[in-house]
Design a protein around this ligand. Structure first.
Ligand code: IFM
Length: 441
């Protein structure tokens, strides 16, 4: 049997990713808390992982002891700017304390400025539907960068703007629960403008900053190779889901299946691309899905599925996504800003993790400029409309008692981070079922 280690370059960032509303608890002034109060989610983020109560300390300890050298978290806009005219300096100081906490533990910070949640006062003004949001977001970003720039140089302006727009305005699963593709694209265009304004503002305040956004990228295949209709639907869905932000940043024109939006200010506004990869979709024509432009998506029949079927373990898609970035933006640094799987009993996660890390290694081995990998997530956290029904943590969380429960995947990821690579020994120990795939004889 072949033995060996797939090593990564020195200085590669190994981390986990989290977001404010999903871990903090006590966020009662944003659109998601209202969505939860309206009974639109499976449970609430009232306590979450209690980072507001200070448990970020023990979780940062876990990350550092687990060999991680970076962490991605987000700032809760509604917390630091509770009303349009007021800043909460204590809240800002808490984020400074967290950043000091990362530094003391030797973890590089990657800070997200917008991760799905909006202050209620913003939602009441129409949120990202209202063009005013661009200036409002820039004002908030300026305040945060000024306050935190002593601790952070790596910024994510907006997390998964495509998911925000599509889930909030096409499928209606996220607030505000609308189903209007054209409106979704208007929202996305405002997010592009907000990102561009933030990009420039951050560079003005901190010239050494590295600024990007996190794209949820879904590779797609048509269900039938022979069906022109499935092929066509694949194209429409692929462009609708994936291409809005990337085209805006390449060309200054956001291209979507329902029209183009001129956003010249967005051209070139990225220093790296953050890639969130979870799975690859199989797409087909579906007459009943008019609101989704007659497209539907699922997974192959024999797919290696997560507990609730939301994610299929299709690691090749991660390599393909990286390859797409390299072809689209040659030489642009890439961070895998999220990758992970929901798996309460941790039967799938070890092989999912090993196989995806292996695909990142394949990309790095071709000299593709991938600079880091952030697993989603450190401990279980509040999973939006799915609430607590899905568990993405390397560590489990008992929400009632706040006890963290170490999963075998935490051991595997620790071994990967400490080795700066993935070895045959690790694969044999944690996921022998995929040994032959990763170390073929
Ligand atoms: O939990 C989410 C995160 O907030 C955004 N990306 C996908 C994750 C898993 O669903």
């Amino acid at each position: 049997m072949p033995e060996g280690v797939y090593h990564f370059p020195k200085g590669f960032l190994w981390g986990t990713a989290t977001s404010s509303h999903q871990v903090e608890g006590g966020n009662l002034n944003n659109n998601w808390s209202r969505w939860e109060a309206d009974g639109r989610t499976n449970g609430s983020a009232a306590v979450a992982a209690d980072w507001q109560g200070g448990r970020w300390r023990e979780d940062f300890d876990r990350a550092a002891e687990g060999g991680q050298n970076a962490h991605r978290f987000s700032i809760e806009w509604s917390r630091v700017q509770p009303t349009p005219d007021a800043w909460d300096e204590d809240a800002i100081e808490k984020y400074r304390a967290m950043l000091r906490g990362l530094r003391e533990r030797g973890l590089t910070a990657l800070v997200t400025l917008h991760h799905f949640t909006d202050p209620l006062w913003l939602s009441e003004r129409g949120g990202w539907e209202n063009d005013e949001v661009v200036a409002l977001f820039e004002k908030y970003v300026r305040k945060m960068v000024d306050a935190l720039k002593g601790y952070v140089t790596l910024w994510v302006t907006i997390n998964e703007p495509n998911v925000y727009a599509l889930n909030g305005y096409v499928t209606g699963e996220f607030p505000p629960g609308k189903t209007d593709v054209k409106l979704a694209m208007r929202v996305l265009a405002n997010m592009v403008r907000g990102h561009a304004a933030a990009y420039r503002a951050i560079h003005e305040l901190q010239p050494e900053a590295r600024v990007g956004y996190a794209l949820h990228f879904r590779p797609m295949v048509a269900r039938s190779r022979w069906s022109p209709l499935d092929q066509w639907m694949r194209k429409i869905r692929y462009e609708g889901v994936n291409m809005g932000f990337p085209t805006a940043i390449s060309d200054g024109v956001m291209k979507t299946p329902v029209g183009n939006f001129n956003v010249p200010e967005a051209k070139g506004t990225q220093d790296y691309l953050g890639l969130n990869y979870y799975s690859t979709d199989t797409v087909w024509f579906d007459l009943s899905k008019a609101s989704q432009l007659f497209t539907n998506a699922g997974y192959p029949k024999d797919a290696d599925l997560s507990a609730t079927g939301m994610i299929a373990n299709l690691p090749q898609g991660l390599y393909d996504s990286i390859h797409w970035i390299v072809k689209t933006y040659p030489k642009l640094p890439i961070l895998i800003t999220e990758n992970g799987v929901e798996d309460f009993d941790d039967h799938l996660r070890p092989r999912y993790l090993a196989q995806h890390v292996h695909q990142v290694w394949r990309a790095v081995n071709f000299n593709f400029p991938v600079k880091g990998y952030f697993h989603w997530s450190l401990a279980d956290n509040f999973e939006w409309e799915r609430g607590w029904t899905q568990r993405f943590g390397l560590w489990g969380l008992d929400v009632e008692t706040q006890k963290r429960i170490r999963r075998p995947s935490a051991d595997l990821y620790e071994a990967v981070c400490k080795e700066n690579g993935i070895s045959s020994e690790m694969v044999r120990k944690y996921c022998p079922e995929v040994f032959e795939k990763l170390f073929p004889s």
